[in-house]
Write a protein that binds this ligand. Structure first.
Ligand SMILES: O=C(O)CCC(=O)C(=O)O
Ligand SMILES: [Fe+2]
Length: 446
């Protein structure tokens, strides 16, 4: 494996990480500064000039709103220990701010889709929020409304406020979007906006004074990007393509064939009984989509899989070169073994919903379930089952690690335990790779 490792690093480096959000400002036009809204019982119309708003006029807006809930398990919960803010549904107000004509959406597409001009995104206005003194929103992730929703856009108006910064956390990194500081530093009155992927954790710190007024939008991928010939490659994609091509030419890489594995960077909405991994593969986001595009360009065959960890129990042949020697005379020919392996499934719905009579490995590798047992590329790939039979399993060379961001929770009932158990699988892109002598001929530019 040692000759392969430096190349793995080169491929990993080519999958450069990018921030999972983008921000900007945009000057407010004369008409976009006015917000029209109905009072709480819908009997009177008001308007507020969001460039010169007084605290009194913003208090009127707040009184026309209702307390803002937050979503838990697809339900809206009202609890002012998690969120203290007010909201107005889009039917009760009118704004002339247009994120399409201002080209804000184009900028978001460039940044969050990594410059892939073929991707089309669409925004849908969701609601207005107002945060007064003491308002906040604790750490959460936005609930995707559908499979092609990939993120949220928050537009903050230049009303005077202190505090209320939006903090974002993803993997081990953290960023702050201080809308109060950004809007007050603009020469002409401007909105500040931030768009981020749905699985980025975020929270709004407490507003200390004034009012923070926002519009939130849901962002959707709105195209059919399944045709790889339509896609153009950018610089970072070229780098990944070059390093992957030379990597695959290396005869030491998976000499007997196997899989390249890519843990996904982002989370995806997955509903048991509803989401097919085949459909999801065309809605990958950011760096995950880039990896898929590069693999498609190389004529490889990336497949989305759910990977579960399991233990393979067996009766291993007892090693001993000279079975006739005095030392080995009374030695049993087999001993118990257990090895950590992985089982990959084509779909989350393949996970059995009946009582498991056996280990996870055995249950998932039943023909009706279709799980395939694999192990890391640096293992021998030879295991024994409980009857002492030798089993050869496929090897996976992990280019990017499996992450907890792409985990899938699956329920199962074990026969010995009355209660329901849970196990986690990770969503991954797996690429079958032929044995080293066979893989060069058929592939483009490898
Ligand atoms: O106002 C913000 O900056 C974020 C609001 C938010 O996280 C939400 O509405 O889900
Ligand atoms: Fe949120």
């Amino acid at each position: 494996m040692s000759t392969v490792l430096p190349d793995v690093m080169a491929v990993r480096d080519a999958i450069a990480k990018q921030q999972p959000f983008c921000t900007g400002t945009y000057p407010l036009s004369e008409d976009a500064r006015h917000l029209f809204f109905l009072n709480s019982n819908g009997t009177r119309a008001h308007y507020v000039d969001l460039v010169n708003a007084t605290d009194t006029s913003l208090q009127t807006l707040l009184l026309a709103c209702e307390p803002a809930p937050f979503g838990v398990d697809n339900k809206d919960i009202l609890d002012d220990t998690d969120r203290k803010a007010w909201k107005m549904d889009k039917d009760n107000f009118s704004t002339r701010l247009d994120v399409v004509h201002t080209r804000i959406l184009d900028r978001i597409c460039m940044k969050l889709m990594r410059g892939n001009v073929e991707r089309k995104i669409r925004s849908e206005l969701d609601k207005l929020n107002i945060y007064g003194p003491g308002s906040f929103f604790k750490a959460h992730k936005d609930t995707p409304r559908s499979e092609n929703m990939f993120g949220s856009l928050v537009v903050v108006f230049p009303t005077r406020h202190e505090g209320g910064a939006l903090q974002l956390r993803h993997k081990e990194e953290e960023w702050t979007f201080d809308s109060a500081a950004i809007t007050s530093a603009q020469e002409s009155p401007s909105i500040a906006y931030i768009a981020f992927h749905s699985d980025v954790e975020h929270e709004v710190s407490m507003v200390r004074s004034g009012f923070r007024v926002t519009l939130t939008y849901n962002l959707y991928i709105d195209d059919d990007s399944s045709n790889p010939s339509l896609l153009c490659l950018r610089a970072n994609e070229m780098a990944l393509r070059t390093s992957l091509s030379s990597f695959l030419r290396d005869r030491n890489l998976l000499p007997e064939g196997g899989y390249l594995g890519f843990g996904l960077e982002f989370q995806y909405p997955l509903a048991h009984g509803g989401t097919k991994l085949d459909d999801l593969i065309n809605s990958l986001k950011g760096g995950d989509a880039m990896i898929k595009r590069v693999l498609d360009h190389l004529d490889l065959d990336p497949q989305l899989k759910v990977i579960y960890d399991g233990t393979m129990y067996g009766l291993e042949e007892n090693p001993g070169e000279n079975q006739d020697s005095q030392d080995n005379k009374n030695r049993p020919s087999h001993r118990y073994s257990s090895e950590v392996v992985q089982i990959m499934l084509d779909d989350i719905d393949r996970f059995p919903d009946y009582e498991l009579q056996s280990s996870l490995v055995e249950a998932l590798s039943l023909r009706t379930v279709g799980g395939v047992v694999v192990c890391d590329a640096d293992k021998a790939g030879v295991f024994w089952d409980e009857r002492g039979r030798r089993i050869q399993v496929g090897k996976v060379l992990w280019i990017t690690r499996r992450t907890r961001f792409s985990r899938v929770k699956s329920a199962f009932i074990e026969v010995n335990h009355a209660s329901l158990g849970f196990t986690y699988g990770s969503l991954c892109l797996l690429v079958p790779v032929s044995a080293s002598g066979k893989r060069v001929k058929n592939r483009k530019e490898i």
